[in-house]
Design a protein around this ligand. Structure first.
Ligand code: ACO
Length: 371
């Protein structure tokens, strides 16, 4: 007799608590990393301090922060062998997230200890992968434009170095701070789709690179990290403040999803969106194109009044990145540059208390067929 199960969850595991975690928490509209609110961290701490916090369950002392930075710095550049492999990958008509997924996998092939599961080596790989993610995204952009890959500079923050490796130009202090805050805001988010994916891969005791590759593939989708790029594409189509309200009303009437709105967990607003909204307002002004914020605001008001949905992290981050001159298709890879720190926190946590994820599926297909 076939086994039957109560309550098969076909609708995206809504409300299912799949594991315990001590990394980040969402309660109503409050997001905390290891007990600190996202507002406090965004205002008062650097991305590197946040990375230390996520991995070590405490904020770093000065000497701990110096040690973390030097370990990240040691791994920051791309080795010649890895660059040679990257140069063989196509960049034309290739989405940067697809390229990044392959490049992260190539990183494993250039690491002779990729399968070493010792604690010490897991930590080495944690620094290596986190540190190189920004260099990979920047390298993709340089390679597709036929420019030389720019190596990182010593003594600079990860935010500074990412912008420098991308553009080959030193960013100003304000731009560095804004980008650093964006990295902090995207670093972790409880059991989000990509972190869950990383944990599932980890639970088979696969190697850490495989878990990160799984997570990159998951983040790529437009219902998850891919939404930020789509937000900017939508704003470009809308073009003017005058068009915005009607455009959105039509989209909703046609049952289209407005990218950057809605969330499985937040029903009273995403606290990251509130911080990013202010950043979007000031950055679009600074770049001389305030209309992108103004259009966003009309969309925000319209989606709220028509559908009762609030913006998520992807909505206002789009105009922040746009104001910084970042190409649209790099928005989701940038998400990965930050979120890799959270994925690794989840991967380490999963290894510490592992049991393979193996749920059941309630069978609804044919039975008793004969050949
Ligand atoms: N625009 C229009 N309608 C929406 C939107 C949206 N952005 N989001 C949800 N809805 C509607 C749905 O159509 C559905 O309506 P219905 O009940 O009449 O069918 C209802 O609200 C519930 O939405 P679901 O899609 O079932 O909600 P779920 O929790 O499964 O999905 C998600 C959450 C994926 C974020 C969804 O809101 C969405 O697709 N948003 C747009 C994509 C996006 O911004 N993703 C980024 C999320 S944040 C992140 O991952 C980094």
């Amino acid at each position: 007799m076939a086994e039957t199960y109560d309550g098969a969850v076909d609708r995206g595991l809504e409300g299912v608590v799949a594991c315990t975690t001590a990394i980040s928490s969402i309660v109503d509209a409050t997001l905390t990393y290891r007990g600190y609110t996202i507002e406090d961290l965004a205002e008062k701490k650097s991305f590197e301090e946040v990375v230390y916090l996520l991995w070590n369950n405490k904020l770093p002392s000065d000497s701990e922060l110096t040690e973390l930075k030097s370990k990240l710095e040691k791994e920051a550049g791309l080795e010649p062998g890895l660059i040679a492999t990257l140069k063989t990958l196509p960049t034309e008509n290739v989405h940067p997230m697809a390229w990044l997924r392959t490049a992260a996998s190539a990183m494993a092939l250039s690491d002779s200890s990729a399968d070493d599961m010792s604690k010490e080596d897991l930590w080495r790989k944690t620094y290596r992968i986190t540190s190189k993610m920004g260099a990979l995204v920047a390298a993709f952009h340089r390679l597709r434009n036929g420019s030389e890959i720019v190596p990182p500079k010593a003594g600079k923050s990860m935010a500074w170095n990412f912008l420098y490796m991308l553009n080959g130009v030193e960013p100003d202090a304000e731009t560095e701070k804004v980008f650093d805050t964006c990295l902090t805001l995207h670093a972790d988010h409880e059991l989000n789709c990509s972190a869950f994916s990383a944990r599932v891969t980890t639970s088979s005791l696969s190697d850490v690179y495989s878990s990160v590759v799984s997570a990159i593939g998951t983040l790529k989708g437009p219902l998850h990290g891919g939404a930020n790029e789509q937000v900017m594409r939508m704003l470009k189509k809308i073009e003017t403040v005058e068009n915005a309200k009607e455009w959105i009303k039509n989209a909703l009437a046609n049952k289209e999803k407005v990218m950057g709105f809605g969330h499985r967990v937040y029903k009273n607003g995403d606290p990251r969106a509130k911080i990013l909204r202010k950043m979007s307002e000031s950055m679009t002004k600074k770049s001389g194109e305030p209309q992108w914020y103004e259009i966003s605001k009309v969309i925000d008001d319209t989606v709220q009044s028509e559908k009762g949905l609030l913006p998520n992290v992807d909505f206002y981050s789009a105009t922040v990145y746009y104001s910084m001159g970042i190409p649209l298709d790099l928005y989701t890879p940038i998400f990965a540059v930050s979120r890799v720190s959270g994925w690794l926190a989840h991967i380490l946590e999963q290894y510490e208390n592992n049991r393979i994820y193996r749920p059941r599926g309630e069978y609804t297909g044919h039975t008793h067929l004969k050949i």
